[in-house]
Design a protein around this ligand. Sequence first.
Ligand SMILES: [Zn+2]
Length: 297
Amino acid sequence: MSHAGPRSTPQPTPLTVYLPFNRDCLRGEFIPAKTGVAPPAPRGHWLLVQDQALLVVPEGDRFQLPQGERPSALDSAASDPLWLGTLGGTPCWVTSVPKGAAVPPGLARESMVPMQGTRLPDELLSLGGMAMQLLWWESTSGHCPRCGEPTGRIAGEWGKQCARCRYEHYPHLHPAVITLVRDGSRVLLARKAGWAPGRYALVAGFVDNGESLEGAVAREVKEEVGVDITDIQYVGSQNWPFPSQLMIGFVARYAGGEIAIDKEELEDARWFDCDKLPTGPSRHSIAGFIIANHARP
Ligand SMILES: [Zn+2]
């Protein structure tokens, strides 16, 4: 006897969220550099980061990373190559290209920023995000934050250690909570001044010292839109490399209070029926993921 009929209990939501900038998008193909020995010569995939864009090879409406040697046109302008890891066994190298430098022949500059309408596929956004985070870490960790002496890389780690006071520090990720407040068939959305007209998203904010994630969710919602919430549930997370946030997504149930916005943070907040939602965040962000999956009647 088989039990092939429909199951009576709902399946749990998978916890892995395949959003761009999450390494999960690379489906185990990527191995970070810290677990191995650097290849002797910088050859392989190139992540050429110019501000918040990648220099890529356009092929029709698709994009590839430059392969092989680094384009020689960049030799005088770009930073020394950093080894990021391997993708499918091929080394990935990161170079920072100065903002004003000319784009080498055959390459195109493509933004990685979702709000600027990035056209890059999720895999390249995830690799590019790690490349931006590595460059950010390199640019901010060269000196000891305690005594100011130059630091050196700790073997087999991304971390740095001070040669004088031995202080160790590691790449900083800043946890931020982002929350959809629901009340029956309506949801509470907010917008900041300067966003495209009519665009609404979720309440979000950084976790404070001493706070739990749930505590941060309740405080941010109360501070920014003035309402009380209950039943706070985790729904997924997204690494956000602009420059180094970890966005931790929640849904919560409205428990009372009138909307009263923090005018320093927001321009407006209001209830929307789930079948009449305004223009929202793109599919690239966890805000878009949460609204698409949880703003339902
Ligand atoms: Zn020190």
